[in-house]
Ligand binder design. Sequence first.
Ligand SMILES: Nc1ncnc2c1ncn2[C@@H]1O[C@H](COP(=O)(O)OP(=O)(O)O)[C@@H](O)[C@H]1O
Ligand SMILES: [Mg+2]
Length: 147
Amino acid sequence: MIRLADAEATEAFGAALAGALRPGDVIALYGALGAGKTTLARGLLRGLGHDGEVASPTFPIVQAYAPPDTRIPLWHVDLYRIEDPAELEEIGLDEAREAAAMVIEWPERLPLLWPETLRLTLGVEPGGARALTALVPPAWGERWPPR
Ligand SMILES: Nc1ncnc2c1ncn2[C@@H]1O[C@H](COP(=O)(O)OP(=O)(O)O)[C@@H](O)[C@H]1O
Ligand SMILES: [Mg+2]
């Protein structure tokens, strides 16, 4: 478990993770509304070099970032509003993964996840800090924990 004392710590964790990110990587972010998923995704984008706004991609469902704005292409996906699994096919996550990395909020909405997905869960502690737990697949073994 990694304890994230405040929003800055969540963002810094995301930025550290960005240093290890490669095209084809998928990061699934679990946690309730307000847990800090978008904050972590913002840190990832900062770590990839993006210095503009990071909009919450709830609508549209995908915000795509690409060089020269970011070191590698990253799709920031938020599936909160997905109701019909057919909508998922239109988004084309499988095709995107060939060239881009992806960070996905509300991955529970997907019928299945790619086996090499890094799964992170943010929980809210009684004092308000966040507790991050990880399911680390083999592809991330030597890249975990991020520094
Ligand atoms: N480690 C943390 N400790 C306290 N507050 C945090 C932490 N990380 C994020 N937050 C705050 O939680 C709130 C919700 O964050 P957000 O990233 O929008 O959540 P989500 O995308 O999971 O709904 C924001 O106000 C953010 O600043
Ligand atoms: Mg969010």
